[in-house]
Design a protein around this ligand. Structure first.
Ligand SMILES: [Zn+2]
Length: 168
C-alpha cells in the first residue's frame, strides 16, 4: 500500500485527530524543529502544540530530541515528523476496525432475527437484554418490536470484506 497525501491525512485524522493536521503539514520535509517555532509558525498555543506532538509521538508519528537552551537555561524539544510510521498506524487502525466489525457481526448473527427496536428508536436490544427489560424500552418505556437484522448482517459482512480486500 502506498500512502498518498490524501491517505496520510485520513490516517492522521483518525489516529491523532484533525487538529494535528496543521502541525503535520508544517513539519513535513523538515527536521528537528523547536516546539516554540512550531507554535509560532502554526499560530498555536504552546500547550496545545505539546499536546498534539505527544499524541503524534504516541503513534510513533513524531520523534523528538531535547536540548538545553544555553541562553534561556531550560530544555526545548525539537521535533521531526515520522512519515514512515504512517503505514503501520494505518494497519493498526484497520485491524482494530476489523476486530470491532467482527465482534458486531458475531453478536448480530448470534441474535439473528431477535433484535428488538424501540418504536421511538431510542434503543436496540438483543434477545437477552430484551427479556431482561420485558421488551420495553429502558429509555422511554415504549413496547419494543422484533427486528429483522438480515440487512445489518449483510452490511457488516460487506464492510469486513472491503477492509480485508484493502489490507491484502
Ligand atoms: Zn424508546
Amino acid at each position: 500500500m502506498r500512502v498518498t497525501a490524501k491517505k496520510a491525512n485520513e490516517i492522521i485524522e483518525e489516529a491523532v485527530g484533525a487538529d494535528a493536521q496543521p502541525i503535520v503539514e508544517f513539519l513535513k520535509g523538515k527536521k528537528n524543529i523547536s516546539e516554540f517555532v512550531i507554535g509560532e509558525k502554526t499560530k498555536t498555543e504552546i500547550h496545545i502544540v505539546r499536546n498534539i506532538l505527544y499524541r503524534l509521538h504516541n503513534h510513533n508519528l513524531a520523534e523528538y530530541k531535547r536540548k538545553k537552551d544555553s541562553k534561556k537555561g531550560y530544555y526545548i524539544s525539537y521535533w521531526t515528523f515520522n512519515q514512515k510510521a504512517l503505514k503501520d498506524v494505518s494497519t493498526r487502525l484497520q485491524k482494530s476496525k476489523l476486530h470491532k466489525l467482527q465482534e458486531r457481526l458475531e453478536r448480530e448473527e448470534k441474535n439473528a432475527g431477535c433484535f428488538f427496536l424501540c418504536a421511538n428508536t431510542c434503543t436496540r436490544l438483543d434477545f437477552e437484554q430484551g427479556t431482561a427489560n420485558e421488551f420495553k424500552c429502558p429509555e422511554c418505556g415504549s413496547l419494543m418490536t422484533q427486528q429483522d437484522n438480515t440487512r445489518t448482517i449483510a452490511f457488516l459482512r460487506e464492510q469486513i470484506k472491503e477492509i480485508e480486500s484493502v489490507a491484502e
